[in-house]
Design a protein around this ligand. Structure first.
Ligand code: C5P
Length: 219
Protein backbone atom coordinates (compact mmCIF):
# COMPACT_ATOMS: atom_id res chain seq x y z
CA UNK A 1 0.00 0.00 0.00
CA UNK A 2 1.25 3.48 -0.85
CA UNK A 3 -0.14 6.56 0.89
CA UNK A 4 0.99 10.08 -0.02
CA UNK A 5 0.77 13.04 2.35
CA UNK A 6 1.53 16.34 0.62
CA UNK A 7 1.13 19.96 1.64
CA UNK A 8 2.93 23.19 2.49
CA UNK A 9 5.73 23.66 5.04
CA UNK A 10 4.84 23.06 8.68
CA UNK A 11 1.30 21.83 8.02
CA UNK A 12 1.85 18.86 10.34
CA UNK A 13 2.51 16.29 7.60
CA UNK A 14 5.53 14.79 9.33
CA UNK A 15 3.81 14.02 12.63
CA UNK A 16 0.72 12.72 10.87
CA UNK A 17 2.69 10.56 8.41
CA UNK A 18 4.76 8.99 11.18
CA UNK A 19 1.63 8.19 13.20
CA UNK A 20 -0.03 6.62 10.15
CA UNK A 21 3.14 4.69 9.26
CA UNK A 22 3.20 3.24 12.77
CA UNK A 23 -0.49 2.33 12.77
CA UNK A 24 -0.39 0.58 9.39
CA UNK A 25 3.17 -0.86 9.70
CA UNK A 26 4.39 1.07 6.66
CA UNK A 27 7.85 2.50 5.94
CA UNK A 28 8.09 6.27 5.98
CA UNK A 29 9.85 8.45 3.41
CA UNK A 30 10.12 12.16 4.23
CA UNK A 31 10.95 13.41 0.72
CA UNK A 32 11.96 16.89 1.95
CA UNK A 33 15.11 15.08 3.12
CA UNK A 34 16.45 14.72 -0.41
CA UNK A 35 16.30 18.50 -0.94
CA UNK A 36 17.62 19.23 2.56
CA UNK A 37 20.57 16.90 1.83
CA UNK A 38 21.42 18.68 -1.44
CA UNK A 39 21.07 22.12 0.19
CA UNK A 40 23.35 21.02 3.02
CA UNK A 41 25.96 19.63 0.61
CA UNK A 42 26.18 23.11 -0.98
CA UNK A 43 26.29 24.89 2.38
CA UNK A 44 29.06 22.59 3.65
CA UNK A 45 31.13 23.18 0.53
CA UNK A 46 30.55 26.96 0.75
CA UNK A 47 28.86 26.90 -2.64
CA UNK A 48 26.42 29.57 -3.77
CA UNK A 49 22.84 28.26 -3.45
CA UNK A 50 22.05 29.97 -6.76
CA UNK A 51 24.69 27.83 -8.50
CA UNK A 52 22.41 25.44 -10.40
CA UNK A 53 25.28 23.34 -11.81
CA UNK A 54 26.72 22.79 -8.32
CA UNK A 55 23.26 21.82 -7.02
CA UNK A 56 22.82 19.32 -9.87
CA UNK A 57 26.27 17.87 -9.19
CA UNK A 58 25.35 17.39 -5.53
CA UNK A 59 21.99 15.82 -6.46
CA UNK A 60 23.70 13.40 -8.86
CA UNK A 61 26.12 12.33 -6.11
CA UNK A 62 23.45 11.84 -3.44
CA UNK A 63 22.73 8.30 -2.27
CA UNK A 64 20.15 7.15 0.27
CA UNK A 65 22.94 6.33 2.76
CA UNK A 66 24.56 9.75 2.31
CA UNK A 67 21.17 11.40 2.90
CA UNK A 68 20.70 9.50 6.16
CA UNK A 69 24.24 10.48 7.24
CA UNK A 70 23.60 14.17 6.45
CA UNK A 71 20.32 14.08 8.37
CA UNK A 72 22.39 13.98 11.59
CA UNK A 73 23.96 17.37 10.82
CA UNK A 74 22.86 20.25 13.07
CA UNK A 75 21.71 22.35 10.11
CA UNK A 76 19.67 19.62 8.46
CA UNK A 77 16.47 20.71 10.22
CA UNK A 78 17.44 24.32 10.98
CA UNK A 79 15.83 27.37 9.33
CA UNK A 80 19.04 27.79 7.30
CA UNK A 81 18.84 24.18 6.09
CA UNK A 82 15.14 24.59 5.23
CA UNK A 83 15.80 27.71 3.17
CA UNK A 84 18.65 26.02 1.30
CA UNK A 85 16.38 23.03 0.57
CA UNK A 86 13.63 25.30 -0.67
CA UNK A 87 16.03 27.06 -3.07
CA UNK A 88 17.64 23.93 -4.56
CA UNK A 89 14.23 22.23 -4.87
CA UNK A 90 13.19 24.91 -7.37
CA UNK A 91 15.76 23.67 -9.93
CA UNK A 92 14.15 21.26 -12.40
CA UNK A 93 17.44 19.41 -13.02
CA UNK A 94 17.79 18.76 -9.29
CA UNK A 95 14.19 17.51 -9.04
CA UNK A 96 14.68 15.16 -12.01
CA UNK A 97 17.92 13.74 -10.57
CA UNK A 98 16.26 13.00 -7.23
CA UNK A 99 13.12 11.39 -8.61
CA UNK A 100 14.44 7.84 -9.03
CA UNK A 101 15.71 7.68 -5.45
CA UNK A 102 12.26 8.65 -4.20
CA UNK A 103 10.40 6.28 -6.53
CA UNK A 104 12.72 3.33 -5.97
CA UNK A 105 11.97 3.35 -2.27
CA UNK A 106 8.45 2.05 -3.02
CA UNK A 107 9.89 -0.92 -4.93
CA UNK A 108 11.77 -2.12 -1.88
CA UNK A 109 10.36 -0.31 1.16
CA UNK A 110 12.28 -0.63 4.41
CA UNK A 111 11.95 0.51 8.01
CA UNK A 112 14.79 2.57 9.50
CA UNK A 113 16.44 -0.63 10.85
CA UNK A 114 16.53 -2.18 7.36
CA UNK A 115 13.69 -4.70 7.78
CA UNK A 116 11.32 -4.89 4.80
CA UNK A 117 7.92 -3.19 4.91
CA UNK A 118 4.78 -3.92 2.92
CA UNK A 119 4.27 -0.35 1.80
CA UNK A 120 5.21 3.29 2.20
CA UNK A 121 3.90 6.58 3.45
CA UNK A 122 5.43 9.40 1.41
CA UNK A 123 5.50 12.89 2.89
CA UNK A 124 6.29 15.90 0.68
CA UNK A 125 4.96 18.41 -1.82
CA UNK A 126 4.57 16.41 -5.03
CA UNK A 127 4.46 12.79 -3.91
CA UNK A 128 0.83 12.26 -4.97
CA UNK A 129 1.23 14.16 -8.24
CA UNK A 130 4.76 13.32 -9.48
CA UNK A 131 6.60 10.77 -7.32
CA UNK A 132 3.74 8.26 -6.92
CA UNK A 133 0.76 9.26 -9.03
CA UNK A 134 -0.53 5.67 -8.65
CA UNK A 135 -0.68 5.78 -4.84
CA UNK A 136 -3.84 4.17 -3.45
CA UNK A 137 -4.57 6.93 -0.93
CA UNK A 138 -3.58 10.60 -1.18
CA UNK A 139 -3.90 13.40 1.35
CA UNK A 140 -3.18 17.10 1.01
CA UNK A 141 -2.68 18.58 4.47
CA UNK A 142 -2.79 22.34 4.80
CA UNK A 143 -3.33 25.19 7.31
CA UNK A 144 -3.11 28.98 7.26
CA UNK A 145 0.44 30.45 7.04
CA UNK A 146 0.03 31.99 10.52
CA UNK A 147 -0.95 28.68 12.14
CA UNK A 148 1.89 26.86 10.38
CA UNK A 149 4.42 29.52 11.39
CA UNK A 150 3.29 29.25 15.01
CA UNK A 151 3.69 25.44 14.93
CA UNK A 152 7.18 25.68 13.38
CA UNK A 153 8.18 28.42 15.84
CA UNK A 154 7.04 26.25 18.80
CA UNK A 155 9.08 23.33 17.40
CA UNK A 156 12.24 25.47 17.20
CA UNK A 157 11.70 26.75 20.75
CA UNK A 158 11.09 23.20 22.05
CA UNK A 159 14.39 22.11 20.46
CA UNK A 160 16.19 25.09 22.05
CA UNK A 161 16.87 26.64 18.62
CA UNK A 162 16.90 30.46 18.30
CA UNK A 163 13.87 31.78 16.38
CA UNK A 164 11.52 34.75 16.06
CA UNK A 165 7.87 34.22 15.09
CA UNK A 166 8.00 37.04 12.53
CA UNK A 167 11.06 35.52 10.84
CA UNK A 168 9.47 32.06 10.78
CA UNK A 169 6.27 33.50 9.24
CA UNK A 170 8.31 35.31 6.60
CA UNK A 171 10.13 32.06 5.81
CA UNK A 172 6.88 30.04 5.62
CA UNK A 173 5.42 32.57 3.15
CA UNK A 174 8.61 32.67 1.05
CA UNK A 175 8.65 28.85 0.89
CA UNK A 176 4.94 28.76 -0.07
CA UNK A 177 5.66 31.19 -2.87
CA UNK A 178 8.59 29.12 -4.18
CA UNK A 179 6.65 25.84 -3.84
CA UNK A 180 3.63 27.27 -5.67
CA UNK A 181 5.46 29.00 -8.49
CA UNK A 182 8.28 26.63 -9.45
CA UNK A 183 8.15 25.60 -13.09
CA UNK A 184 8.28 21.85 -12.56
CA UNK A 185 5.86 20.21 -10.22
CA UNK A 186 4.43 23.30 -8.51
CA UNK A 187 2.81 22.25 -5.27
CA UNK A 188 -0.86 21.46 -5.73
CA UNK A 189 -3.20 18.75 -4.49
CA UNK A 190 -3.51 15.69 -6.72
CA UNK A 191 -6.93 15.51 -8.34
CA UNK A 192 -7.75 12.43 -6.29
CA UNK A 193 -6.32 13.76 -3.00
CA UNK A 194 -8.43 14.34 0.09
CA UNK A 195 -7.73 17.91 1.26
CA UNK A 196 -7.61 18.43 5.02
CA UNK A 197 -7.32 21.98 6.42
CA UNK A 198 -5.87 21.57 9.91
CA UNK A 199 -5.95 25.26 10.92
CA UNK A 200 -8.53 24.53 13.63
CA UNK A 201 -7.65 20.90 14.30
CA UNK A 202 -5.28 19.23 16.73
CA UNK A 203 -3.12 16.25 15.70
CA UNK A 204 -5.51 13.70 17.29
CA UNK A 205 -8.42 15.02 15.26
CA UNK A 206 -6.39 15.03 12.02
CA UNK A 207 -5.15 11.50 12.77
CA UNK A 208 -8.69 10.21 13.45
CA UNK A 209 -10.03 11.82 10.29
CA UNK A 210 -7.32 10.37 8.04
CA UNK A 211 -7.58 6.92 9.67
CA UNK A 212 -11.34 6.93 8.98
CA UNK A 213 -10.66 7.73 5.31
CA UNK A 214 -8.01 4.98 5.05
CA UNK A 215 -10.29 2.40 6.68
CA UNK A 216 -13.07 3.22 4.25
CA UNK A 217 -10.69 2.90 1.26
CA UNK A 218 -9.18 -0.37 2.52
CA UNK A 219 -12.67 -1.92 2.74
O1 C5P B 1 9.20 19.30 4.07
P1 C5P B 1 10.51 20.01 4.26
O2 C5P B 1 10.38 21.34 4.94
O3 C5P B 1 11.55 19.16 4.91
O4 C5P B 1 11.03 20.28 2.77
C1 C5P B 1 12.17 21.07 2.53
C2 C5P B 1 11.99 21.79 1.20
O5 C5P B 1 12.04 20.82 0.14
C3 C5P B 1 10.63 22.47 1.07
O6 C5P B 1 10.70 23.86 1.31
C4 C5P B 1 10.19 22.22 -0.35
O7 C5P B 1 10.44 23.37 -1.12
C5 C5P B 1 11.07 21.11 -0.84
N1 C5P B 1 10.32 19.89 -1.15
C6 C5P B 1 9.90 19.72 -2.45
N2 C5P B 1 9.26 18.56 -2.81
C7 C5P B 1 9.04 17.60 -1.91
C8 C5P B 1 9.45 17.78 -0.56
C9 C5P B 1 10.09 18.96 -0.21
O8 C5P B 1 10.09 20.59 -3.28
N3 C5P B 1 8.42 16.46 -2.30
Amino acid sequence: MIITVDGPAAAGKGTLSQRLAEKYCLAYFDTGMVYRAVGLMLLSEDKDLQDVAAAEKAAAALTFAKMVELSRHKDFRSAKGGQAASIVSSYSGVRALLLDMQRNFAKNPMFADGTPAKGVIYDGRDTGTVVCPNAEIKFFITASPEVRAKRRYDEFVAKGMAASYEEVLKDVKARDERDATRKDAPMKPAEDAVIVDTSDMGIEEVFAKTVAIIEKKIK
